[in-house]
Design a protein around this ligand. Structure first.
Ligand SMILES: CC(C)(COP(=O)(O)OP(=O)(O)OC[C@H]1O[C@@H](n2cnc3c(N)ncnc32)[C@H](O)[C@@H]1OP(=O)(O)O)[C@@H](O)C(=O)NCCC(=O)NCCS
Length: 147
């Protein structure tokens, strides 16, 4: 099936929120995604298959750094290159906007995501203790140079 990658629009928010709910246990709300469509720092890419949002990824541009907020692909579409295409589009967009680095926090036990970022030239640069709750640390990863 052909998958289209494009910038998120306001009409995508329900679909993006559905993907969020299926993939995360955090507390982003549908309103928070709606607010992202109005946030001048926000940049979101969606993956759309047959009119359905099957994945998305976003970052906030902070001066010349891109801070990833969320990236997710619904389970049925994983390990098929969709996440890779989303991050490729995010990296290209961040570069186009003048960013020189990209960063994120990931749960220390989220090995698929850590592998995903390592493959994309991110390196482990720090740790935030109990960031996701007691005993659940965040690993801080950075990629310097987006070309
Ligand atoms: C992380 C995530 C977005 C990857 O999406 P995906 O579409 O499955 O990724 P891709 O198929 O494009 O994989 C790209 C690379 O990531 C790595 N990877 C992806 N899934 C992996 C897994 N389950 N185990 C190990 N490595 C994995 C591999 O290096 C892969 O490259 P390869 O196919 O050449 O081996 C997806 O697993 C997901 O949505 N997870 C739940 C949400 C989440 O944890 N997001 C990250 C929060 S920080």
């Amino acid at each position: 099936m052909k998958i289209h990658y494009r910038l998120m629009e306001s009409r995508d928010v329900p679909g993006v929120f559905k993907v969020d709910q299926a993939c995360f246990s955090h507390n982003w709300t549908e309103d928070s995604y709606q607010a992202e469509t109005q946030n001048i720092l926000s940049n979101y890419i969606v993956a759309e298959a047959d009119g359905e949002i099957v994945g998305f990824g976003g970052f906030w541009q902070v001066i010349d750094e891109a801070h990833i907020t969320n990236i997710a692909v619904v389970e049925a579409y994983r390990q098929n290159g969709v996440g890779q295409n989303i991050i490729n589009a995010m990296l290209a967009l961040a570069l186009e906007k003048g960013c020189v680095a990209m960063t994120l926090e990931v749960r220390g036990d989220n090995q698929p995501a850590i592998n995903f970022y390592l493959k994309n030239l991110f390196t482990r640069e720090g740790r935030r203790k109990d960031y996701y709750g007691t005993g659940m640390d965040a690993i801080i990863m950075w990629r310097y140079g987006l070309e």
